[in-house]
Design a binder for this molecule. Structure first.
Ligand code: NDP
Length: 452
């Protein structure tokens, strides 16, 4: 048995301390462990990066704001939800990160997301710090007016803590253009100012072209980079996408642009399997179903006569590339084993932390191309950063200009992963590449700024 390197024990000690200080936060431990697994050996070789308690400071959010959100439903009944904003780290720019509205939201999930966001934003090369927020409010089944009243109540609390040079929230699960618009409207009413304080805005009032598509497109651009690296491409590849929300839809659209074949999509009620592949006509139906009618994925199977499997994820369906685009820990070790058995060549995360640690280990052991979300889903926040730039300039760039910049950013992120992730056998460990590439810039800024 080879002897574990000395930093393994240090990492376990570090994690024990983290768990003691943050009881009951499994998602946060998972995200920290995944990063520190690569950062401990790195700081061992570069001790200046372990100075000034950098790693302890990086795992302690700058602040967490928790507030009550009181709102009234259509029957005049009052409800109280909880709202959060985790302002994790602003060493390299104003806080930036989405808001999630989902009944599962809690402090552990928002801390994991804010932590990941810090390093993802660093990888983009843009001046953005890391944050995340949201509420345990469930938007499903609510009327449009109920959504509006909730968003207004949420923003009445959050408005005290955000600003175009302080913290610029965006969307995430359950928060799309409608919710951003209601929150932005309330912020404007409270502040009597018009400023780029949120991104993902409607195009009519400061939104950016390609923002809606950016995370899904960016994931496919990243997949193209990975295949180019090994002398291949994604044309003709069979793909499975989980989810059918913002990220999944535009991942599917860009795969269609690339002549790939998408045979599955899902939502929290189950999976549709369409062996003939999603065509443009079927995509338009799915987009309208999810973006406008807010319907369930079963309707796709009913309309096009293919299979719907209730309560199932899509990972047992054979494919060349898997794009998990729904939520955290949606793909476990057993799912990974099934994908590998079925011949998967690449797994590219559109969601945040969708593959659990067993799944990641399985992909890496089997030399499957595996891209972690902090690299491959950074397209969304990148175009959010470009939306901020356009708002500051009081200009709107063309679709081509934004898309070209997005492609360039995904290319540069891929380059950073290569710079820090190449293995002795020439293969690329994208997890290590993204972790070290993201860490260095944040740590450099913190070291330069002193003990703050
Ligand atoms: P949406 O709310 O638009 O879509 C989420 C999709 O995932 C829906 O199809 C939803 O199904 C499904 N889903 C959500 N929770 C679960 C669950 N517990 N089990 C199974 N399916 C689930 O969110 P986004 O597309 O914006 O976000 C998806 C992921 O991508 C998240 O991890 C998010 O953090 C990440 N991400 C998003 C970015 C963005 O720009 N939007 C940027 C970077 C990352 P249903 O409708 O039935 O709930």
């Amino acid at each position: 048995m080879p002897k574990k390197p000395s930093h393994h024990g240090d990492l376990e000690k570090f994690m024990r301390g983290l768990k003691r200080r943050n009881p009951g936060q499994p998602e946060f431990y998972q995200a920290v462990h995944e990063l520190m697994h690569d950062i401990f050996p790195f700081t061992h070789d570069h001790p200046s990066y372990a100075a000034d308690a950098i790693l302890e400071r990086l795992t302690e959010p700058d602040r967490i704001i928790i507030f009550r959100v009181t709102w009234e439903d259509d029957q005049g009944k009052a409800h109280a939800n909880r709202g959060w904003r985790v302002q994790f780290n602003n060493s390299i720019g104003p806080y930036k990160g989405g808001l999630r509205f989902h009944p599962s939201v809690n402090q552990s999930i928002l801390k994991f997301l804010g932590f990941e966001q810090t390093f993802k934003n660093s990888l983009t090369g843009l001046p953005m710090g890391g944050a995340k927020g949201g509420s345990n409010f469930d938007p499903k089944g609510k009327s449009d007016r109920e959504i509006m009243r909730f968003c207004q109540a949420f923003m009445s609390q959050l408005a005290h803590y955000i600003g175009e040079d302080t913290d610029v929230p965006a969307g995430d699960i359950g928060v799309g253009s409608r919710e951003i618009s209601y929150m932005f409207g309330q912020w404007k009413r409270l502040e009597n100012r018009f400023a780029g304080v949120m991104t993902g805005k409607n195009l009519a009032f400061g939104g950016s072209l390609v923002r809606k598509e950016a995370t899904g497109y960016g994931a496919v651009y990243f997949a193209e980079e990975m295949f180019t690296q090994i002398g291949g491409d994604i044309e003709g590849k069979t793909c499975v996408v989980s989810g059918s929300g913002n990220v999944a839809l535009y991942c599917i659209e860009k795969l269609l642009h690339n002549q790939a074949k998408v045979v599955a999509a899902s939502d929290s009620s189950g999976t549709v399997h369409d062996p003939d592949g999603i065509t443009w006509e079927k995509f338009e139906f799915l987009q309208d179903l999810k973006e406008n009618r807010r319907g369930r994925i079963r309707e796709y199977a009913e309309k096009f006569g293919c299979q719907f499997v209730a309560d199932a994820n899509p990972w047992s369906i054979p494919c060349d590339i898997a794009f998990p685009c729904a939520t955290q820990n949606e793909l476990n070790g057993a799912d990974a084993a099934q994908l590998v058995k079925n011949g998967v060549k690449a797994v590219v995360e559109g969601a945040n932390m969708p593959c659990d640690p067993d799944a990641i280990a399985h992909f890496q052991e089997n030399k499957i191309l595996y891209a972690p979300g902090k690299a491959s889903n950074a397209g969304g926040v990148s175009v959010s950063g470009l939306e901020q730039s356009q708002n500051s300039l009081r200009l709107s760039w063309s679709r081509e200009e934004v898309d070209t910049r997005l492609r360039g950013i995904m290319h540069d992120i891929h380059k950073k992963c290569i710079a820090h992730g190449v293995e002795p056998d020439g293969s690329v460990n994208y997890v290590r590449g993204a972790n070290i590439g993201g860490f260095i810039r944040v740590a450099d800024a913190m070291l330069a700024q002193g003990l703050v």
